[in-house]
Design a protein around this ligand. Structure first.
Ligand code: GDP
Length: 176
């Protein structure tokens, strides 16, 4: 029964981080939907994606700051939080990490069984990707160690799909 194997994945991050592009990649790769020109997310969209006997529900609720107060409403029953950071937007990385920190500090809202996957997206736009990615991983590790939260971090280029290969297995929890 697919319903028993429903995985609710909430996609969050600042505006322009690449949320819609990641969702579009997942849908086009695994549902054979043609890729569409992506417009910034307004409001929210729910997509269902059958994958390896699971039914992934992708909740794409938009990252504009005006919508942030509403994020809380979606945390209930979330199985996976997919947090997307634009690592090429140096000026906004701090803001993104702080937002994630706030969410993780309200862990009771999110639910303790919720898994967290962080994408360091737009790695193709970074000059020294390896260094930038390592620095971000260290920074996230510090925050997450405090909260004692297991997290998976992937460096991605959502336009080419590079780094996203193992995303759906991770979402359904079959990554290792
Ligand atoms: P959202 O507001 O978080 O949904 O962000 P979008 O998915 O709309 O992406 C914002 C812009 O960044 C769009 O022009 C995308 O084509 C672009 N973009 C998204 N991911 C990547 C990436 O990994 N690399 C590059 N170079 N551009 C990306």
């Amino acid at each position: 029964k697919l319903k028993d194997r429903e995985v609710r994945c909430l996609v969050l991050g600042l505006d322009n981080s690449g949320k819609s592009t990641v969702v579009d990649w997942a849908l086009s790769t695994h549902k054979n939907k043609p890729r569409q020109p992506v417009t910034p997310t307004v409001g929210f969209q729910i997509h269902t994606l059958p994958y390896q006997g699971h039914n992934i529900q992708i909740w794409d609720i938009g990252g504009q700051s005006t919508l942030r107060p509403y994020w809380d409403n979606y945390f209930d029953k979330t199985d996976v939080l997919l947090w997307i950071i634009d690592i090429a937007a140096a000026a906004r990385v701090g803001e993104s990490v702080s937002e994630l920190e706030v969410i993780l500090q309200n862990r009771d809202r999110l639910g303790y069984s919720c898994r967290i996957i962080v994408l360091l997206n737009k790695k193709d736009l970074v000059n020294k990707p390896t260094e930038a990615i390592d620095a971000m991983k260290r920074r996230l590790d510090e925050i997450l160690k405090l909260e004692n939260i297991p997290i998976e971090i992937k460096a991605t280029d959502a336009l080419s799909g590079d780094g996203l290969e193992e995303l759906l297995p991770s979402i359904i929890g079959h990554n290792k």
